[in-house]
Design a protein around this ligand. Structure first.
Ligand SMILES: [Zn+2]
Ligand SMILES: [Zn+2]
Length: 294
């Protein structure tokens, strides 16, 4: 679970971002407050119910661990975490979103069903504000689940384009080491898994003639965007000496929003058009004709 150091480091990163970019200041203030409130609470008690054998099978079949197994949580704890996020938004936000957050923080609604759905990665009905707050409510539990999954199996053996733990599409890729090895990062649970540079995580395209990338001339060494002509998907690539902690993933994503803008201006999307979970990560050159393996 998040250490004090990780929380401090993530807060410092948001502070830095809010100073560097005025447009990021409101979201950065929210995150700083949220992390501050989070630091004052116990981490939720979470147990990923999945045996080593089941994890092994899930790895082979490409089933995210939270679906292959079961996450045991106390919904009341998640509810308390949701209200922390609502508190932070009520304090740092403004307008209707802050008003709504205030109401949610007061505990007027029963949100257990929505929290359970979010844990399983299902869409939650309701306003965008409620949807985001529920995501913040379940995130500490997802971080814990990812940490427990890592203890169970070696995630570097995961061979799909979506997250091995929660099934979400990657938020961005981290490029590290002299060879610029790529690790995909999940924005929900923070999991990371290694990924070939010349392979589209959304559709399995591994034809180098239909894969490309662009970068910003000012920051060529540090950032790039990998693109796929088949599904028009893109993945941001951020150079990093060491993997960012799960708590910092959102900040690193926010720090590179200009890359998302540039990718969309060029007609790319995240994930690509009609991302296909059955083929995501199965290199097309290896897949049997007419479909994915397995
Ligand atoms: Zn995940
Ligand atoms: Zn693709």
């Amino acid at each position: 679970m998040p250490t004090t150091l990780e929380i401090d480091e993530a807060r410092a990163r948001w502070r830095e971002l809010s100073r560097a970019d005025e447009q990021l200041a409101p979201i950065a203030r929210f995150h700083q407050r949220w992390l501050e409130l989070l630091a004052s609470r116990e981490a939720p008690d979470v147990a990923l119910r999945l045996t080593g054998d089941e994890a092994e099978r899930a790895l082979e079949q490409g089933t995210p661990f939270l679906l292959a197994g079961h996450l045991e949580v106390d919904l009341a704890e998640l509810d308390a975490h949701l209200r922390i996020a609502a508190d932070a938004l009520a304090q740092e936000g403004n307008g209707p979103a802050a008003e709504e957050a205030k109401r949610i923080a007061s505990g007027a609604d029963d949100l257990d069903v929505a929290l359970g759905a979010a844990l399983r990665g299902e869409a939650v009905s309701g306003s965008p504000t409620l949807g985001s707050l529920i995501e913040f409510g379940v995130q500490p539990a997802l971080w814990a689940a990812a940490a427990q999954a890592v203890a169970l199996v070696d995630l570097s053996r995961w061979s799909r384009g979506y997250c091995p733990v929660c099934g979400a599409w990657p938020l961005y890729g981290e490029l590290s080491g002299p060879q610029r090895e790529r690790h995909l990062r999940c924005g929900r649970c923070g999991a990371d898994w290694s990924w070939a540079v010349l392979l589209c995580p959304y559709c399995g395209n591994d034809d180098h003639r239909k894969l490309g990338h662009f970068d910003n001339p000012d920051e060529r060494e540090f950032l790039r965007v990998d693109t796929c002509e088949d599904c028009r998907g893109y993945v941001k690539g951020i150079a990093s000496f060491t993997p960012a902690s799960a708590l910092r993933v959102a900040a690193e994503d926010a720090a590179t929003l200009h890359l998302d803008v540039a990718a969309r201006e060029r007609g790319y999307e995240r994930p690509g058009r009609t991302p296909d979970a059955a083929r995501a990560g199965v290199p097309r050159s290896l897949a049997p004709r007419g479909g994915a393996s397995n």
